[in-house]
Write a new protein. Structure first.
Length: 191
């Protein structure tokens, strides 16, 4: 059967700007590295000589995500996202906006809560062993507790949102035959 019969022909979609696409994939890559490092470092023996190095790497990548997100939000607000194809029902479009909004929240709240946990406890981050990032918060046990609690619980929300996000893309791509992925890869021609 032809892959482009009318019922299965993918809808051509508008794409995100190059800057937003690059920032999206860099951030996604960082997320897929920072989370397994977190799992590894939190399960390893804290007296292991390499523990501090893993924690510093986790924090460096985490703060890089914050920087990428700040740049991304400025880029996003100074332009506009390409409208979703009309074939996607209004309900799904609202769900996508909500999901994306929550992903942005995670991209801010995880690094900030991590920063509070670290700096509230007086542990400075040596960004990729290049330079030490200054503290902008006082040392305070309450900050450490608040930061650690937010960091811990939002981690679970991140897993749910990322899984939902990837599944939603696959659903539109494979079930509905709408080339949503092309919006983020820059592919303008339907598959
Ligand atoms: C988007 C960025 C980040 C993600 C997705 C992330 C994710 C995680 C996860 C899943 C854990 C394990 C769960 C937990 O024990 O809380 C963790 C632990 C931790 N993270 Fe992050 N993190 C990020 C950024 C940061 C940053 C920027 C810092 C510090 C500057 C940081 C500091 C920590 C610390 C100190 C722990 C260990 C807590 C413990 O030992 O119990 N994280 N992170
Ligand atoms: C394999 C992994 C991933 C794939 C295939 C993917 C794919 C996509 C696609 C196709 C879009 C465009 C959706 C649309 O136009 O409505 C998108 C948007 C978005 N993605 Fe991902 N993504 C992945 C991972 C991630 C991760 C890890 C995050 C962050 C935690 C993330 C955050 C976002 C956000 C916030 C948007 C909305 C962009 C905007 O409108 O400004 N993505 N993603």
């Amino acid at each position: 059967m032809s892959r482009t019969s009318p019922s299965t022909r993918p809808t051509t979609v508008l794409v995100y700007s190059t800057a937003l696409r690059v920032l999206h994939w860099l951030t996604a890559l960082c997320m897929f590295v920072v989370i397994p490092i977190a799992w590894y470092m939190t399960t390893m023996d804290r007296h292991d000589p390499s523990h501090g190095g893993w924690v510093n790497l986790h924090k460096s990548i985490g703060l890089t995500i914050l920087l990428l997100t700040l740049i991304r939000v400025v880029a996003r607000l100074s332009g506009s996202a390409p409208p979703l194809p009309e074939r996607i029902p209004a309900f799904e479009q609202r769900l996508a906006s909500l999901g994306h909004g929550l992903l942005y929240l995670i991209l801010f709240a995880m690094p900030v809560s991590g920063y509070l946990t670290s700096y509230g406890g007086g542990h400075l981050v040596n960004w990729f062993w290049l330079f030490t990032l200054p503290s902008v918060v006082p040392q305070d046990k309450l900050l450490v507790h608040l930061g650690a609690t937010i960091h811990y619980w939002l981690a679970y929300l991140s897993y749910l949102l990322i899984a939902g996000h990837v599944l939603a893309v696959l659903y539109h791509q494979l079930v509905q035959h709408i080339d949503i992925l092309g919006r983020m890869t820059g592919r303008r021609d339907p598959l």
